[in-house]
Design a protein around this ligand. Structure first.
Ligand SMILES: Nc1ncnc2c1ncn2[C@@H]1O[C@H](COP(=O)(O)OP(=O)(O)OP(=O)(O)O)[C@@H](O)[C@H]1O
Ligand SMILES: [Mg+2]
Length: 244
């Protein structure tokens, strides 16, 4: 195994309340993650999963509560400060810029960097880790398949040398074979690069298969938090909240 390339990070979210106007999408959510682990964030449509990620990365301001990375308070900091602290957010949807080349897309990911690695070194790392992107570096990103675009957006987030990755439904819309590849990649990022991952998924079965821990959100509240193994074995929970 390669040595870790990051200092693994621990995230704590305490009693966070956040929303949009009159909608309280998070009603006192607490989670804590251990360094270099994957925590699956599960729950039905509208449960508050995306809002949780956006609140952690500073795009939604919490009304109450506290968010910290390794004890450094990030509550109500601006998104670029949070990115510099080592948190990278990959939003939902394969948001590549289709008019730009693969390499231009990757370079955009290096704008708010954590640590001292140069952008050239980060690019070389990306091509080494993802040979398919290396082969396609001068192609327009619009020519990539859905699965390749998902790998590109994850690679773009890694350009910032993050310590923690927030992934919003990376398997959405992908063929089963690509879902397996993306899950494998996320597992490798934990095991080989030492990244801490918060993985939002509708595909609870696939997410729990690679996760260490999991939480289940329902209507803005945590209704279960346990090891991934225990959640996957809970028949009632699966029936009510996880859909498998
Ligand atoms: N920009 C917004 N303005 C108003 N309400 C919003 C906005 N974004 C989300 N909401 C509401 O906040 C609640 C939580 O939404 P959120 O997108 O966080 O859920 P989710 O768990 O990610 O759902 P999905 O599985 O559909 O992605 C929902 O009731 C949703 O309608
Ligand atoms: Mg969502």
């Amino acid at each position: 195994m390669k040595p870790p390339v990051t200092d693994p990070a621990a995230l704590t979210v305490e009693e966070v309340v956040a929303g949009y106007g009159g909608v309280l999408a998070l009603q006192g959510v607490s989670i804590s993650t251990r360094p270099a682990t994957i925590t699956a964030v599960l729950g039905a449509n509208g449960a508050g999963k995306t809002t949780l990620l956006k609140t952690i990365s500073g795009f939604v301001r919490p009304r109450r509560g506290k968010i910290a990375l390794d004890g450094t308070d990030l509550t109500r900091r601006r998104p670029e400060e949070i990115a510099r602290a080592g948190l990278a957010h990959v939003p939902e949807g394969q948001g590549v810029i289709t008019e730009l080349t693969v390499e231009e897309n990757l370079r955009l990911g290096g704008l708010w960097r954590h640590g001292h690695t140069s952008r050239a070194a980060a690019l070389a790392d990306a091509y080494q880790r993802f040979p398919l992107l290396s082969g396609a570096r001068n192609r327009s990103a619009g020519t990539l398949s859905g699965g390749e675009r998902q790998i590109l957006v994850i690679a773009r987030a890694l350009m910032a040398s993050p310590r923690m990755l927030l992934l919003d439904e990376p398997s959405l819309g992908l063929a089963p074979r690509m879902v397996a590849q993306v899950m494998d990649l996320i597992r490798q990022l934990r095991d080989e690069a030492g990244l801490t991952v918060l993985l939002v998924e509708q595909n609870a079965r696939s997410a729990l298969a690679i996760a260490d821990e999991g939480i289940v959100l329902n209507l803005g509240r945590v209704v279960a938090a346990s090891s991934a193994h225990e959640l996957a074995a809970d028949v009632e929970l699966r029936k009510h909240y996880l859909g498998f």
